[in-house]
Ligand binder design. Structure first.
Ligand code: 5GP
Ligand code: ZN
Length: 113
């Protein structure tokens, strides 16, 4: 997909801080680092969002997300984690390539956007 920033990260055309990779997906640190360790999991193939991705890819991504979330919580000593995905602009999606946010939580009262 032309001009898709996450396709470019997936193809290594632009750099990303990659924390996990296999033949179907890639996980890398979110630029914003909403909290320390904020990670995005994406399919290498371009899908707009969860409403459009095929089930096989989705199941794989969710399985990887679960594994990475456990690793992040353990390694960064987080107390919990938010796992979320935005679909379409009205719901706050800003990058139109499907991605799952893993946001480690350290303090219950911290506000995240
Ligand atoms: P959305 O709002 O679409 O759910 O989330 C998009 C996320 O992508 C945001 O959290 C934003 O910080 C992140 N992001 C946008 N551009 C880049 C980039 O070039 N590199 C990385 N690593 N993250 C990005
Ligand atoms: Zn893309």
């Amino acid at each position: 997909m032309e001009n898709c920033i996450f396709c470019k990260i997936a193809s290594k055309e632009i750099p990303g801080k990659i924390v996990y990779e296999d033949e179907i997906c890639l996980a890398f640190l979110d630029l914003s680092q909403t909290t320390n360790g904020h990670t995005l999991v994406i399919p290498k193939a371009h899908f707009k969002n969860i409403l459009e991705v095929d089930d096989k890819t989705l199941i794989h991504l969710m399985s990887v997300t679960k594994r990475l979330a456990n690793m992040i919580v353990t390694n960064l000593n987080a107390k919990g984690v938010n796992i979320l995905t935005n679909a379409n602009e009205a719901a706050g999606q800003t990058v139109m390539h499907f991605h799952i946010h893993i946001i480690p939580r350290y303090n219950q009262n911290d506000q995240i956007e």
